[in-house]
Ligand binder design. Structure first.
Ligand code: HEM
Length: 298
């Protein structure tokens, strides 16, 4: 047993305090009448006033429901910020910092996926008490979720129509619809750097989702056949695959939580519910990066 593990009275420089109270150091700021405080910087007055349960009589679990959605929206905001930047860096031929952005994106995605376990504590009976107060609102109407999808390449003009009631969201989404996605910019990067990406992949109507190109599969087959020769491109391919993998895991956990909460019932947004969500699992952002895998080692 070392000294620090000893159960006897503590002595010396690593001694533990004998009382439970920690005295405030003299240098610690206590007066924020003239200087920036924590709550002031973070606008906690706004943030913490935004949880406004509607249930009447009040339902204990509505706070969980609201905070789970609001925290998801905050993380989605950061995802949009990082993905936009990653895309713009790829467009500027700056792959190394773009990879740094993608690494952060992957961590955010993991937080978003892990946090489903908190909402999974909501039982069907508890949700049923809240559901009438949600009316027709649904995560399906999350503008930031669509922005993330558009940035990754799952473009859908019909989704823009859902935001007629919110002109700011609608114009942000319309703008992203018309711009290249992160993957489009990666294909353009490859084209600029001498890879045989077809010309119609680098100038096209960006509002239409990218569809599988056999020529692009050939390009990636060459990269995966000799990773050392194409290291930064190879690394970017794998970062993209990780991001899609993480996105699918979020979709799947959402599906599972929905299934255990509402079973086969329709959604508040009007869809068939679980079966509608299950169809999203077939959507791929980067088809060639998955197709190329059947060629490796063949
Ligand atoms: C118990 C909680 C939840 C239930 C029962 C639920 C249910 C559903 C259902 C049934 C849909 C399909 C559209 C509809 O008819 O409403 C949907 C879509 C969606 N929900 Fe949830 N949801 C829950 C929590 C969440 C949370 C916490 C988020 C986080 C932002 C979220 C985000 C989304 C998104 C982004 C979609 C669109 C998915 C797509 O288009 O494939 N949901 N949800």
């Amino acid at each position: 047993m070392t000294d620090s593990e000893s159960t006897g009275p503590a002595t010396g420089p690593t001694a533990r305090p004998s009382s439970g109270r920690r005295a405030l150091e003299p240098g610690i700021q206590r007066d924020f009448s003239q200087t920036m405080s924590y709550g002031g910087y973070l606008r906690l007055d706004l943030l913490l006033a935004a949880q406004q349960p509607l249930s009447d009589p009040p339902q204990h679990d509505e706070m969980l429901f609201i905070i789970q959605h609001q925290t998801s929206e905050l993380w989605l905001k950061l995802l949009v910020h990082e993905l936009r930047s990653a895309r713009d860096l790829v467009a500027a031929d700056d792959l190394s910092p773009a990879l740094k952005r993608m690494a952060r994106v992957k961590h955010i995605q993991r937080v978003l996926t892990d946090q489903w376990s908190v909402l999974a504590t909501l039982t069907p009976s508890e949700y049923a008490e809240i559901r009438p107060f949600l009316a027709s609102s649904s995560g399906f109407q999350s503008a930031q979720y669509r922005e993330v999808e558009f940035l990754l390449g799952n473009k859908d003009r019909d989704m823009v129509q859902v935001f007629k009631h919110d002109p700011d969201a609608q114009s942000a989404l319309s703008a992203l619809l018309a711009e290249p996605s992160l993957y489009d910019e990666f294909l353009r990067y490859l084209h600029r750097h001498g890879y045989a990406v077809p010309a119609e992949m680098v100038e096209r109507d960006w509002s239409v989702p990218h569809s599988l190109s056999p020529e692009v599969v050939d390009v990636f087959a060459g990269v995966y056949a000799d990773p050392a020769q194409h290291w930064i491109v190879y690394e970017t391919c794998e970062e993209l695959v990780d991001m899609e993998d993480n996105f699918q895991q979020w979709r799947f956990r959402h599906l599972q939580v929905v299934q255990r909460t509402i079973g086969g019932r329709v959604g508040t947004g009007g869809s068939s519910g679980v079966s509608f969500l299950r169809r999203a699992l077939d959507i791929t952002f980067f088809p060639e990066l998955f197709e190329v895998r059947s060629r490796i080692g063949a």
